[in-house]
Design a protein around this ligand. Structure first.
Ligand code: BG6
Length: 482
C-alpha cells in the first residue's frame, strides 16, 4: 500500500466571510445602502423580504449591525491568527467605496477601513483573498436601471475594481470578482446576485423572473469579470483571479436514463456553464441550445466574446455544502439547498435546514472540476449551519467538527487522486448572518458571537470546540484530524 499523499506545503488554511454578513456599520463613515441592507430577517419557514424603503420600526434588518466586524476586526483577525490561518476570505462592501455605485470619486473613509483590515492581516502574515462582489450591489443601481440587467452596471463595477486594484496592488494578490456567479442560472439569483427586481413584488421568494434579463445580467458579469482580469493584470501582473461557483453536485436518483439525461442537463447549466465561460473563455455549445429551447435572448457582441476569451481566470474556486439528486419522477421526495433543492438522497442525512451532507461528494466534485479545467483549485466555502448551545462560555460543537473533518478527509483523498487543491476557507471564520434565512442562529463559525435572531446579545466572541480542533488541524497541515 502506498502512503496517502499529504496536503502540500504552503497549503492555504483559513476561513471565509462576506462584508454584508459580518461588518454591520451599514450607514457609517459614508457607506451607502446595498441590496443586502434592505432585506429583512426570516427563518427556514418564513422567507426574507425586500423592502425598498427601510422601516426599522417595523422590520429587523440583520445586515445593519450584523456581528460588527467593522469595529471588532482587530479582535476577530487576532482570533483567526490564533487558529493559524494563513488566508482570510473577505469581501469589500461596494457601497463603502461608492455609496450609490455611480459616483466618480471613491469614499476615502471606506478605503481607509480596508487599509486597516489588510494591515491587521499582514501583521499576522495572513493572505487576504478578496471577493469583489458578494451580494453588495448598491441599491441605487437597482433604482436607476435594474442592476446587472443593464450593461451600464459593468462600467460602475469596473470603476470600483480599478480603485481597488490601484489602492491594494501591493497588498492583495488573490481576487474573486464574483461570489457564486452561477447563482444567476436560477431565479433566486435575481436579487442577491444582480440587484434585479422585476415588478412590484417585495417578497424575496416571490420575485418575478425574467430569464432573458437574468441571463443578460450573468453575461454582463462574465464580461465585467474578464475586463477586471485584464485590467488587474496590467496594474499588477502577479494578481491571481478566480471563479467562484456555488457547486451543487448532482446525482441521478436512479439509473433510469431519463434521470441520467436530466442530471447531465442540470449539471451543465448550474455547475459547468459559468466555469466554462470564466476558465475556458468560451460560451459552451449546450448553453446555446438551452437559450433556444427556453426562448432566452439578449445582446452578446463580438467584442464581449473577444474579452471573455482573453480575460480568463487563473484558479477555480467553489462552495460546497451539499449534493442533491435529480429525478424525472415529479412525486419524488424533495430537500432544500442554498440556491436549489432536489430529490432526497436515501443514503445521506441532512442538516436542520435540510441541506444534505455528503463529504464524499466533495472528492467526486474535486476530481470532476480538476479534470474539466486543470487549474489550481480552492474550496472557498464549506461548512455546517447549525444551532449551537452556549454553556458557561463553552460551545461543544462536535457536529461541526465531524462535518469539517469528513470533508477534509475527502479533500486529502482528492489530493491523493492527483487534484491540484491549494486552499480551503470553510464558511465561516466567525458566526455571521445567514443569507438564505437572515438568521444568526444558523451558525457556521469557529468563533461564537453572542447574538440572537432578533438582534439581542453582547456581540462578545467565544472560542468554540471547533476553534481548538481546527487550530490543531492547521498546525499539523491537515494530518491531525482527531
Ligand atoms: C453561500 C454564500 O451560498 O452559502 C454565503 O456564498 C452563505 O454568503 C453560505 O452565507 C451559507 O448559506 P446560508 O444561507 O446558510 O447563509
Amino acid at each position: 500500500m502506498t502512503k496517502l499523499k499529504e496536503f502540500p506545503a504552503g497549503f492555504f488554511w483559513g476561513g471565509a466571510t462576506a462584508a454584508n454578513q459580518c461588518e454591520g456599520a451599514w450607514n457609517i463613515d459614508g457607506k451607502g445602502v446595498s441590496i443586502s441592507d434592505v432585506m429583512t430577517s426570516g427563518s427556514h419557514k418564513v422567507p426574507r423580504r425586500i423592502t425598498l424603503d427601510i422601516d426599522e420600526s417595523k422590520y429587523y434588518y440583520p445586515s445593519h449591525e450584523s456581528v460588527d466586524f467593522y469595529h471588532r476586526y482587530k479582535e476577530d483577525i487576532a482570533l483567526c491568527a490564533e487558529m493559524g490561518f494563513n488566508i482570510f476570505r473577505m469581501s469589500i462592501n461596494w457601497t463603502r467605496i461608492f455609496p450609490n455605485g455611480n459616483e466618480t470619486e471613491p469614499n476615502e473613509k471606506g478605503l481607509e477601513f480596508y487599509d486597516k483590515v489588510f494591515a491587521e492581516l499582514k501583521k499576522y502574515s495572513i493572505e487576504p483573498l478578496v471577493t469583489i462582489y458578494h451580494n453588495e450591489n448598491p441599491l441605487q443601481l437597482t433604482h436607476e436601471f435594474n442592476g446587472w440587467a443593464d450593461r451600464k452596471c459593468m462600467d460602475y463595477f469596473l470603476r470600483f475594481c480599478e480603485v481597488l486594484f490601484t489602492r491594494y496592488k501591493d497588498t492583495v494578490k488573490y481576487w474573486i470578482p464574483f461570489n457564486e456567479i452561477n447563482c444567476l442560472t436560477t431565479k433566486l439569483g435575481n436579487w442577491n446576485h444582480a440587484g434585479i427586481l422585476n415588478g412590484k413584488t417585495e417578497f424575496f421568494i416571490a420575485q418575478i423572473d425574467d430569464p432573458s434579463k437574468r441571463f443578460a445580467a450573468l453575461h454582463h458579469q462574465f464580461v465585467a469579470s474578464a475586463k477586471a482580469v485584464l485590467m488587474g493584470k496590467k496594474i499588477n501582473s502577479n494578481f491571481q483571479f478566480g471563479t467562484m461557483i456555488c457547486h451543487i453536485t448532482v446525482y441521478p436518483l436512479t439509473c433510469n436514463p431519463d434521470d441520467i439525461i436530466l442530471t447531465q442537463e442540470e449539471d451543465l447549466l448550474r455547475n459547468c456553464f459559468s466555469g466554462d465561460v470564466q476558465v475556458k473563455g468560451i460560451y459552451p455549445y449546450y448553453i446555446k441550445r438551452y437559450f433556444e429551447r427556453n426562448g432566452i435572448s439578449f445582446k452578446i457582441t463580438d467584442e464581449d466574446l473577444e474579452v471573455i476569451k482573453k480575460g480568463v481566470v487563473d484558479f477555480y474556486s467553489f462552495s460546497y455544502y451539499m449534493s442533491n439528486c435529480i429525478s424525472s419522477d415529479k412525486e419524488s421526495a424533495q430537500v432544500s439547498g442554498n440556491v436549489m433543492g432536489g430529490a432526497k438522497n436515501p443514503y445521506l442525512s441532512a442538516s436542520e435546514w435540510d441541506w444534505q451532507i455528503d463529504p464524499k461528494g466533495l472528492r467526486y466534485t474535486l476530481n470532476h472540476v480538476f479534470d474539466r479545467y486543470n487549474v489550481p483549485i480552492m474550496v472557498t466555502e464549506n461548512g455546517l449551519g447549525a444551532r449551537d448551545t452556549f454553556e458557561d462560555g463553552r460551545i461543544h460543537d462536535e457536529y461541526r467538527i465531524d462535518y469539517i473533518r469528513q470533508h477534509i478527509e475527502q479533500m486529502r483523498l482528492a489530493i491523493d487522486d492527483g487534484v491540484n487543491l491549494v486552499g480551503y476557507t470553510p464558511w465561516a471564520s466567525i458566526d455571521l448572518v445567514s443569507v438564505s434565512t437572515g438568521e444568526m442562529e444558523k451558525r457556521y463559525g469557529f468563533i461564537y458571537v453572542d447574538k440572537d435572531n432578533e438582534g439581542n446579545g453582547t456581540l462578545d466572541r467565544y472560542r468554540k470546540d471547533s476553534f481548538h480542533w481546527y487550530k490543531k488541524v492547521i498546525e499539523s497541515n491537515g494530518n491531525e484530524l482527531y
